[in-house]
Each structure stands twice: as structure tokens, then as C-alpha cells.
Design a protein around this ligand. Sequence first.
Ligand SMILES: *[C@@H]1O[C@H](CO)[C@@H](O)[C@H](O)[C@H]1NC(C)=O
Ligand SMILES: *[C@@H]1O[C@H](CO)[C@@H](O)[C@H](O)[C@H]1NC(C)=O
Ligand SMILES: *[C@@H]1O[C@H](CO)[C@@H](O)[C@H](O)[C@H]1NC(C)=O
Ligand SMILES: *[C@@H]1O[C@H](CO)[C@@H](O)[C@H](O)[C@H]1NC(C)=O
Length: 152
Amino acid sequence: MEMRVQRRSRLLLLLVLLLCGGCPQAGGCNETGMLERLPLCGKVFANMMRKVDVWKWCNLSEFIVYYESFTNCTEVEANIVGCFWPNPLAQGFITGIHRQFFYNCTLNRVRWQDPPDEILIPLIAVPLVLTVAMTGLVVWRSKRTDTLLCGN
Ligand SMILES: *[C@@H]1O[C@H](CO)[C@@H](O)[C@H](O)[C@H]1NC(C)=O
Ligand SMILES: *[C@@H]1O[C@H](CO)[C@@H](O)[C@H](O)[C@H]1NC(C)=O
Ligand SMILES: *[C@@H]1O[C@H](CO)[C@@H](O)[C@H](O)[C@H]1NC(C)=O
Ligand SMILES: *[C@@H]1O[C@H](CO)[C@@H](O)[C@H](O)[C@H]1NC(C)=O
């Protein structure tokens, strides 16, 4: 009985190792590669924002389309190099972009009152959800690394 349990756990370990070897992408997020790719998304977004008058930068309805394609771009690029999205590094990059373009918007409340709520709420909610998701992801990943023995 004990032998069988032991053999089974060894089999399980072997299976896990084989699975990990067969799927480097799932556990292997190339962070260097991601950090190289994300600025391209930022560049495209900056170019689009340049077409919007600076005094309209806090008017969400003016740039929401660009913002959505920017977010999508970071997701696509992160996935290409085997990274989950969102992840802390990508979030740090997105926060940097926010600081670059929308830094004065939070101070200037007057203009924020204008966009309709259904647009404003997601903008406030997304960073919140990201933060919560990030915390979950980190916990999940560290647990996964413990059990699977093949985190990077
Ligand atoms: C990660 O990305 C960098 C930059 O693109 C590349 O030089 C490196 O070979 C990649 N590493 C792996 C393990 O794929
Ligand atoms: C924001 O942009 C939208 C769409 O261009 C426009 O209808 C609205 O009047 C603008 N609001 C402000 C405060 O500029
Ligand atoms: C994100 O971008 C990719 C590639 O450009 C595209 O195929 C996909 O439909 C986009 N997704 C969304 C939600 O816009
Ligand atoms: C924010 O305001 C400061 C001071 O007016 C200005 O120097 C800076 O360029 C502004 N930043 C953005 C992103 O609008």
C-alpha cells in the first residue's frame, strides 16, 4: 500500500516535469522581451494622443478608442512573449503612460465631471481591478511554483 502511494507520487512528479518541459510558454514569461515590446504600444498611443489637442487630454470620450487599442496592444505583446496579462511589469508600464498623459487630469476635477458615468466608472475601476487581479496572480503564481516545481 505504501509502495503504491510512493510510486504514484513519483509518477505524478514525472508527469509534472514532462508537462513543464512541454509547455515552456505557460510558465516562461520573457520579461525582458515584454519590456522591449511594450514601449512600441506606448509609442503608438503617444502618436495618437498627439493628434488630440492637449486641452482635450482629460476628455475621455476624445481618446477612449486609442486607450482601448493601447491596452489591447499591451495584452497582445505580453501574450506573444508568454506572459500573462495583466502582470505587475505591464501594469507598471501602463501606470507610467498614465502619468505621462493624465497626470493633471486627476487634479483638474472640473473636466472629469463631464464624461458620462458609464465611461468614467471603468476608468476608475480598471486600475482597482488590476491591482486586485495582480495580487491574486502573484499569490496564485507562487503557489503554483511551489506545487509544480517549475516556475521560472
Ligand atoms: C527574451 O527576449 C529577449 C529580447 O527579445 C531575447 O533576447 C531573449 O533571447 C529572450 N529569452 C528567451 C528565454 O526567450
Ligand atoms: C468631450 O468630447 C466629446 C466628444 O468629442 C464632446 O462631445 C464633449 O463636449 C467634450 N467635453 C468637453 C468637456 O470638452
Ligand atoms: C486586439 O488586437 C488584436 C491584434 O491587433 C486583434 O486581433 C483583436 O481583435 C483586438 N482585440 C480587441 C478586444 O480589440
Ligand atoms: C501638467 O501640468 C504641468 C504644470 O502646468 C505641466 O508642466 C505638465 O506638462 C502637465 N502635464 C501634462 C501631462 O499635461
